[in-house]
Design a protein around this ligand. Structure first.
Ligand SMILES: Cc1cc2nc3c(=O)[nH]c(=O)nc-3n(C[C@H](O)[C@H](O)[C@H](O)COP(=O)(O)OP(=O)(O)OC[C@H]3O[C@@H](n4cnc5c(N)ncnc54)[C@H](O)[C@@H]3O)c2cc1C
Length: 383
């Protein structure tokens, strides 16, 4: 039976970043990544806006604020050093009246408290100079916001982990964990469940995204009592006709939804030059990624406040992603949860729960945090 120092569950951006970081920080230790799909990044990490967030929205002292503000420059540096496509596009959050302008000023203040650089308020004339086609009376400009090629990022992290000796076990679905001497016995199934297998690991890190609650429950954790209950929140995108897309230069956002379940239906610029509007934020019960074409009008009404030149016929269904949210419908915003489970009788287990936005931006800082937790709790991984 194979025995690993560390087993990571999930090969999205976060699991791959953690795998690479541990290979770099603890050379010579053995590591495997279990991923249920046949390739990396088949879930949330390839179904998002690909925005490198600057970190101004999140409450002071939250993990989201800290890991986003640390993660953004780490990600820019990583992309430059490893040839991952990215662009520092800049972003405008636009306002249409005094109330919205006041909300932007509050976001600016929060951003300054969080240590976000490159933020400034713009008046109507400045907005018109930067984005002549857009309608707004004021905007908050974030110079540090940009876009990354999420697939290229994951491919680079995967090859970094593989070079560091990580075993990438695709089509391996984690099923169960049981304590045994020196760590854990991990049960998984292979392919479509046709065969089962076991391995041993001293340490297990749950980076399973939408599957994180189920994985934690399979470890014997009462996820409701622990506050690990996940709520699925779907975000749909509609693609904008190319002729209209060319009229927009930056990422353009409205003020966020009041309950912060999403950042509002905004302009998503992809690195291939295409532009979409989205994502919406609707709580759902199932993992269904279809986009309902009849919702185009809702997107149109929402976006035409700041994109007055678009027509309903400019919007075509694009794609959807699903957020693994801890925030329940109508409830207050929740932070990322990154928990060392020693106190639950699971030493060496780290659960990452509710890694929604800005999880892509923060993947490298999350990976550092996990590596630091391992260093601090046990003095590192002994081989
Ligand atoms: C609509 C939308 C827009 C977003 N926009 C942005 C943005 O612009 N910027 C930003 O920073 N963040 C954004 N995010 C958030 C970001 O996409 C996520 O935080 C990030 O991708 C999470 O990565 P992950 O690796 O944790 O999860 P995932 O990418 O979901 O990876 C988890 C992996 O675990 C695997 N897995 C699950 N269960 C098991 C099991 N039992 N056994 C084996 N494998 C398993 C899955 O197959 C999957 O590959 C957005 C999210 C959504 C939904």
């Amino acid at each position: 039976m194979d025995t690993f120092d560390t087993l990571i569950i999930g090969a999205g951006a976060v699991g791959l970043a953690v795998a690479r970081e541990l290979c770099v920080r603890f050379p010579g230790s053995s590591l495997a990544v279990l991923e249920q799909h046949s390739r990396f990044g088949q879930e949330t990490s390839s179904r998002n806006s690909e925005v490198i967030h600057a970190g101004m929205y999140y409450p002071s002292g939250s993990l989201k604020a800290r890991l986003c503000v640390e993660g953004s420059p780490l990600l820019y540096d990583y992309c430059r050093a490893h040839g991952v496509a990215h662009e520092r596009t800049g972003k405008l959050i636009v306002a249409h009246d005094d109330r919205e302008t006041a909300r932007l000023e509050a976001i600016l203040e929060q951003g300054r408290i969080n240590g976000v650089a490159g933020l400034r308020m713009l008046g109507e004339a400045d907005v018109r100079r930067m984005e002549p086609a857009i309608s707004a009376c004021a905007a908050l400009y974030s110079e540090a916001t940009g876009v990354v090629d999420s697939h290229g990022l994951m491919a680079s992290l995967e090859s970094g982990a593989a070079r560091g000796g990580a075993v990438l076990a695709y089509s391996h679905r984690f099923e169960q964990l049981e304590a045994c001497s020196g760590g854990y016995l991990v049960r998984y199934c292979v392919g479509r469940g046709s065969s089962a297998g076991e391995c041993r690991a001293r340490r297990v890190i749950n980076c399973a995204g939408l599957g994180c609650e189920q994985v934690a429950a399979s470890m014997g954790i009462d996820t409701r009592a622990a506050g690990y209950r996940l709520h699925l929140c779907k975000g749909e995108y509609f693609r904008l006709a190319p002729a209209q897309a060319r009229r927009i230069r930056h990422l353009v956002y409205p003020p966020p939804f009041h309950d912060m379940r999403g950042l509002g239906i905004h302009v998503v610029r992809r690195l291939d030059g295409s532009v979409s509007l989205g994502p919406s934020a609707e709580y759902v019960d199932t993992l269904d990624y279809t986009v309902d074409p009849s919702r185009a009008r809702e997107f149109f009404e929402s976006a035409r406040r700041y994109l007055p030149f678009i027509q309903l016929s400019d919007l075509q269904p694009d794609m959807a992603g699903i957020r693994p949210k801890l925030q329940e419908p109508g409830g207050p915003p929740r932070d990322f949860l990154i928990a060392d489970e020693t106190s639950r009788g699971l030493p060496g287990v780290i659960n990452l729960i509710g890694i929604e936005s800005p999880g892509l931006t923060s993947c490298l800082s999350i990976a550092r945090m996990v590596a630091d937790m391992i260093s601090h709790t046990t003095g590192g991984i002994r081989t």
